[in-house]
Design a protein around this ligand. Structure first.
Ligand SMILES: [Zn+2]
Length: 61
């Protein structure tokens, strides 16, 4: 499976994107109400094996 992912700058973990503000685990990658092209660029479609956030991983299993 391929998932839309973002990398959190703080922890360097790869999360799965849930919506335009948060990840599946509840991590907020976009704190703003607006969603710009720049935000869209942060999202990379990657296979499951590159997901490093343990919470995101446990949810998709
Ligand atoms: Zn996560």
């Amino acid at each position: 499976m391929i998932y839309p992912t973002v990398i959190s700058k703080e922890s360097n973990l790869v999360h799965i994107v849930k919506d335009q503000n948060t990840c599946v685990c509840g991590f907020t990658y976009n704190a703003f109400a607006t969603f710009t092209k720049k935000d869209l660029k942060k999202i990379k479609f990657k296979p499951e094996k590159v997901i490093t956030c343990p919470n995101c991983k446990s949810i998709i299993k």
